[in-house]
Design a protein around this ligand. Structure first.
Ligand SMILES: Nc1ncnc2c1ncn2[C@@H]1O[C@H](COP(=O)(O)OP(=O)(O)OP(=O)(O)O)[C@@H](O)[C@H]1O
Ligand SMILES: [Mg+2]
Length: 237
C-alpha cells in the first residue's frame, strides 16, 4: 500500500472543510476523487501535500506516518503536487521551468534524462523549449505544469484538475499521458477532476466527495453510467 489516509480532518483557521477522510492508493494505481464544486477536493490534496496542516487523522506513505510534513520534504521523498490552475514560472522559459521541477535532484544528468522523457510524453512542448512560460497557451501551460511534476521521478503524484480549461482533444491526450506515466514509470496518481467522464477512462478506483466527506467509492466502472454520474453531482441538502 503506497498511501493510507485515516480519519483526516482539515480546514482553514477555525473552519473545518474536510472531515474524517479515509482512502488508499496502491502502487501503480490511478485513483480519482470526483464531486461537486466547493466540497473540499483541493483542500484534501493540500492537506496531504502539507500546504495546510490537518487538525486530525493520519497520512501514511510507504508505511510511514508523514502527516503534516512540509512540502519540501514530501517533494524530496517522491511526492509531486500539481496544483489547480497550472502553476508555472511565467518569466522563465519552458526548459527552465522543467529544470525547476528537478530542483531536489542533485544528479543533473538524471534531470536532463527526465526532461527528454517529458518531451516524449508531451511532444507539443518540445518545439517551445526557449519560449517564456507566459507566452504559452493554456493547454501548453497545463502540460508544462504536469511535466514539471514528473521531472523529479515521483512515486506519487497529486494532480488537481489537470483538465480545467482545456479543449476536449487536449483533455483526451493529457488523460492518455497520465495513464502512460502510470504504465511506463510505475507512478501512482491521486487525481481530482471535474471532468468525471474523461477521468473514469483512466482511473482504477474512484472516491466521491460531497460537503467534505467521502460518500461513495468503488472501481471506476461502477460510476461509468449516466445515472451514477448524475448522482455524483447531486447535492442533497
Ligand atoms: N484558502 C482558503 N481559506 C479559507 N477557505 C478556503 C480556502 N480555500 C478554500 N476554502 C473553502 O473551502 C471549501 C472547499 O474548497 P476546495 O477548494 O477544497 O473545494 P473543491 O472541491 O476543490 O472545489 P472546486 O471543484 O471548485 O475546485 C470552500 O468552501 C472554500 O471556500
Ligand atoms: Mg478544487
Amino acid at each position: 500500500m503506497l498511501v493510507e489516509v485515516k480519519g483526516l480532518t482539515a480546514g482553514y483557521g477555525k473552519k473545518t472543510v474536510i472531515r474524517d477522510i479515509h482512502l488508499t492508493v496502491d502502487d501503480n494505481e490511478i485513483v480519482a476523487i470526483i464531486g461537486p464544486n466547493g466540497t473540499g477536493k483541493s483542500t484534501l490534496l493540500k492537506a496531504l501535500y502539507g500546504a495546510i496542516k490537518p487538525t486530525n487523522g493520519e497520512f501514511y506513505y510507504c508505511g510511514r506516518n508523514i502527516t503534516g510534513r512540509n512540502p519540501g520534504m514530501n517533494a524530496h521523498d517522491g511526492i509531486s503536487y500539481i496544483s489547480q490552475g497550472a502553476n508555472v514560472f511565467p518569466d522563465l522559459t519552458m526548459e527552465q521551468n522543467l529544470l525547476m521541477g528537478g530542483y531536489t535532484i542533485k544528479d543533473k544528468s538524471k534531470v536532463n534524462e527526465r526532461i527528454q522523457q517529458v518531451y516524449e510524453l508531451f511532444p507539443a512542448l518540445k518545439g517551445r523549449k526557449g519560449s517564456r512560460a507566459r507566452s504559452l497557451s493554456g493547454g501548453e501551460r497545463q502540460q508544462l505544469a504536469f511535466g514539471m511534476g514528473l521531472v523529479c521521478s515521483p512515486k506519487l503524484i497529486f494532480s488537481d484538475e489537470p483538465s480545467i480549461g482545456l479543449a476536449p482533444a487536449i483533455v483526451k491526450t493529457l488523460m492518455r499521458t497520465i495513464k502512460q506515466v502510470k504504465e511506463e514509470m510505475g507512478t501512482s496518481v491521486l487525481i481530482v477532476e471535474q471532468n468525471a467522464k474523461e477521468v473514469l477512462r483512466i482511473a482504477d478506483r474512484v472516491y466521491v466527495m460531497k460537503i467534505g466527506k467521502i460518500t461513495n467509492e468503488g472501481p471506476a466502472e461502477k460510476f461509468n453510467t449516466p445515472e451514477e454520474l448524475k448522482k455524483v453531482y447531486l447535492v442533497e441538502e
